[in-house]
Design a protein around this ligand. Structure first.
Ligand code: CA
Length: 219
């Protein structure tokens, strides 16, 4: 999954980015409201973490603009502790959830998982397809109960396909959700990741829909 962090405190942004990258996501960071607003409008994120106190354009204004433009991406806002007014304003502006600062990183990771799951209507944090199980909490994958080692990008490709099961996902769409803004995107490498996933998890898991893309079928 691909995430945007809009946070002006450089250290905090870096910590969030590192934790979410380690959890297998592609992550972009915007240091102010204007850049964050632009990225949120133009890039297809699976979830956004938005600080409310931002230079150039405050977080609630950014969020209202996105929602007015029908950007439906799930948004988790970061609010100051004990500021109930911030939470109310943020939720009314279109936020899906909030975390108060200072926070524990595990809480952010869990809330992002819940948001991306809810966005696709998945009730369980564990995806099961045939002999394959993917636990979004740990990022671990098993085949017939045996652990399978995947690279971060293979995990991200698998995660995106499982979150979008029963739908044909094109190579372009996959590459937009697996790579960050500054990374070089090459949709041919997506084919390589799919090939490796099939070798590791069985050929039947991911179907090729000729000329259109890939699909994981719901059971
Ligand atoms: Ca701030």
């Amino acid at each position: 999954m691909r995430l945007l962090i809009v946070e002006d405190e450089a250290l905090l942004a870096e910590q969030l980015s590192a934790a979410l990258t380690a959890a297998g996501h592609a992550v972009d960071v915007a240091p102010d409201g204007e850049e964050g607003c632009f990225l949120g409008e133009t890039e297809p994120y699976d979830a956004i973490i938005l600080d409310l106190g931002l230079p150039k354009m405050d977080g609630a204004a950014v969020l209202r603009k996105w929602r007015a433009e029908n950007v439906t991406t799930p948004v988790l806002i970061l609010t100051a502790r004990d500021s109930w007014r911030d939470k109310v304003d943020g939720l009314d502006a279109g936020a899906d959830d909030y975390v108060t600062k200072p926070f524990v990183m595990d809480e952010i990771l869990a809330r992002v998982r819940a948001l991306t799951r809810r966005a696709v209507g998945a009730a369980s944090p564990v995806f099961k397809r045939g002999l394959v199980e993917f636990d979004t909490r740990s990022g671990s994958v098993t085949h017939s109960g045996r652990p399978v080692t995947l690279t971060a990008q293979e995990t991200n490709v698998l995660s995106y396909l499982l979150h979008n099961a029963d739908r044909v996902v094109s190579r372009t769409e996959l590459s937009e959700h697996v790579y960050g803004y500054d990374e070089e995107r090459d949709s041919n490498t997506i084919e390589v990741f799919i090939g490796r996933l099939r070798r590791k998890l069985g050929a039947e898991l991911i179907q090729t829909v000729r000329g259109r893309g890939y699909r994981v079928v719901e059971e």
